[in-house]
Design a protein around this ligand. Structure first.
Ligand SMILES: C[S@@+](CC[C@H](N)C(=O)[O-])C[C@H]1O[C@@H](n2cnc3c(N)ncnc32)[C@H](O)[C@@H]1O
Length: 546
């Protein structure tokens, strides 16, 4: 028999307590908190002893069942801050993405509260909808503004060493506090108190004192409207560094954009990347669920929305994603989250019933499934991808969306597949692996994960994949190359180099397929995030003449 609780001597009722779970959660009752109490220090010691005891019990019993699990719930710390701090640490260590939380308050990597408990040594009360919204907003915003926030934190630290040697959790708590005060404009003294408490409970009293000192200096700067800001002067590199700090992007990206887009356009792009992302939804007509049905549901949910001006099945939303997730519309396959910029790539493919379409880098299937809806049950989308897990998602979603009768999946590296396959297709879509520089508003952490060196590797992969994809196009058929990047070297330059290697292909101007405002001088499709209020994407349509 496993013990129901593990107890230690009671000391301070305010801080932390051990709760008897007794399966209370499982049967929907509130946990009984008549439990044993500890101070923060005791809690930490206790956590260690609990961990080793739990490990022994686990090894003895094989597993620790829910009935016997001991939870420590801290009601003093604000849940959204504790969850945000831990999530930010996980993102920085590469164990999580800054994407949407799902309806259970879980992140992409599993149970959020489990991570909080393992990292901080206690749980908080469960997250309510408001907390979830705050976690999404704070995590996304803190990551986007990281470079700028760190610049300010450093300027308020005693010396550079204090900043450099700061423990990771303490730095995340400070970033959260700075973001809440500067960007969310929350009441400053409440922010100070809450973050000081989190630092004290999760780390130690000294850490709380440090957070208190630095955040109070920030409040004074805010009150006198005198935040420091780097001067934009000097040579190109120095100017790019200053702009990179002010708009919180890596220096190499800023330099690249100033070179290709000009300074004003680069600034507009960075401002767009720092905004809360907007989303669009595609009604799944393959399931008989039209845009009018989607609009009805959004009205019922009171989610503000706007019809897409470019695509018949699409609706734009700015807020309310949590409500949509909770409504089950996505889980039931009635609609999908798909950006209009990606939808227009499918328009450029121009799929027709009866055609054989090869989607070369298809997973997780956003474009493949949309392509399939145009076939009306006749023809085939062959979806190839090298990533088995992502391809499994594609296959399951095809069933959920009821287009599985026209979708076949093939797990392979495209370069190997093209060598072994002699079948030619009417349309071949290569939605190539790319830097993702067009989707930085949605992927808040991506800007910090991309390196300049990645670009060279990506470009040679894109060339190889283009060569492979082109070998599977029928004479007279179309090859569509697309990316979710705004980078010329991944886009126009890849096509120019491909056409030199493959004179049997010619450009088919995108004008015939997508609105004129998305067509470049050379006849390619390109969406501009700041101008079109959607992700940045590129696509070229090429016809095989022989
Ligand atoms: C931009 S994503 C594709 C997104 C997809 N088209 C959609 O709309 O959901 C690029 C995909 O290329 C795949 N990939 C990368 N290298 C590949 C290769 N050598 N052969 C086949 N697929 C590859 C990745 O696994 C990834 O799923």
């Amino acid at each position: 028999m496993l013990p129901q609780t593990l107890s230690i001597p009671p000391v301070n009722p305010a801080d932390t307590f051990v709760v008897r779970t007794n399966l209370a959660k499982n049967v929907g009752r509130k946990p009984n908190n008549s439990a044993t109490i500890s101070t923060v220090q005791c809690a930490k010691k206790y956590l260690n002893s609990t961990r080793s005891r739990t490990a022994t019990l686990k090894s003895k019993e094989g597993h620790l069942n829910a009935a016997s699990k001991t939870q420590k719930v801290n009601l003093e710390v604000s849940p959204h801050r504790a969850v945000s701090a831990v999530r930010l640490m996980r993102i920085e260590l590469g164990g999580a993405f800054a994407d949407l939380l799902n309806e259970q308050g879980k992140g992409s990597g599993g149970n959020e509260m489990g991570y909080v408990e393992r990292t901080l040594g206690f749980r908080t009360r469960d997250l309510e909808d408001r907390d979830l919204r705050l976690v999404t907003e704070i995590v996304g915003g803190t990551i986007r503004w990281r470079r700028y926030l760190d610049y300010l934190i450093l300027s308020l630290c005693h010396d550079e060493g204090t900043f450099r040697d700061m423990e990771p959790l303490l730095l995340q708590i400070l970033r959260i506090g700075f973001y809440e005060i500067i960007k969310l404009e929350m009441p400053p003294y409440a922010v100070v108190d809450e973050n000081v408490r989190l630092a004290k409970v999760a780390l130690r009293p000294g850490a709380g004192n440090m957070v208190n000192g630095i955040l109070r200096k920030l409040v004074l700067l805010k009150e006198s409207n005198s935040f420091p800001s780097p001067e934009v002067n000097g040579d190109d590199r120095q100017q790019a560094r200053a702009l990179a700090t002010i708009y919180s992007h890596p220096v190499w990206m800023v330099r690249r954009w100033i070179k290709h887009l000009g300074r004003e356009e680069a600034i507009r792009l960075m401002m767009w990347n720092n905004k809360d992302p907007t989303f669009s939804l595609r009604a799944n007509v393959a399931k008989g669920f039209r845009r009018s049905h989607l609009v009805e549901q959004l009205e019922k949910l009171k989610v503000p929305h706007e019809l897409s001006a470019h695509l018949d099945d699409f609706v734009r939303i700015r807020t309310g994603m949590q409500l949509i997730i909770q409504s089950g519309l996505l889980k039931d396959g009635l609609c999908s989250v798909q950006d209009e910029s990606a939808g227009m790539v499918v328009t450029l493919v121009n799929p027709q019933p009866g055609e054989s379409i090869l989607d070369c880098c298809a997973a997780p299937g956003g474009k493949a499934l949309f392509l399939a809806t145009f076939l009306n049950g006749q023809g085939m989308v062959t979806a190839v991808d090298v990533n088995a897990g992502r391809l499994r998602i594609l296959k399951e979603t095809a069933e959920l969306h009821q287009v599985h009768n026209v979708v076949t999946t093939i797990h392979s590296d495209l370069r190997i597949f093209s060598n072994n396959s002699h079948i030619k297709h009417d349309k071949v879509l290569l939605d190539a692996p790319c830097s993702g520089l067009g989707v930085l508003s949605k992927r808040a952490d991506l800007r910090w994960n991309r390196r300049l060196e990645d670009m060279e590797e990506l470009k040679s992969l894109q060339d190889e994949l283009l060569d492979s994809a082109s070998s599977m196009v029928k004479p007279g058929g179309a090859l569509i190359y697309s990316t979710c990047s705004i980078d010329q070297e991944e886009n126009e330059e890849r096509i120019a180099s491909f056409l030199l290697r493959h004179p049997e292909f010619v450009v088919d101007a995108a004008d015939n397929y997508v609105p004129h405002e998305f067509v470049t001088e050379r006849g390619f499709y390109r969406s501009n995030p700041a101008k079109h209020s959607m992700d940045g994407a590129f696509a070229a349509r090429l016809i095989r003449s022989r």
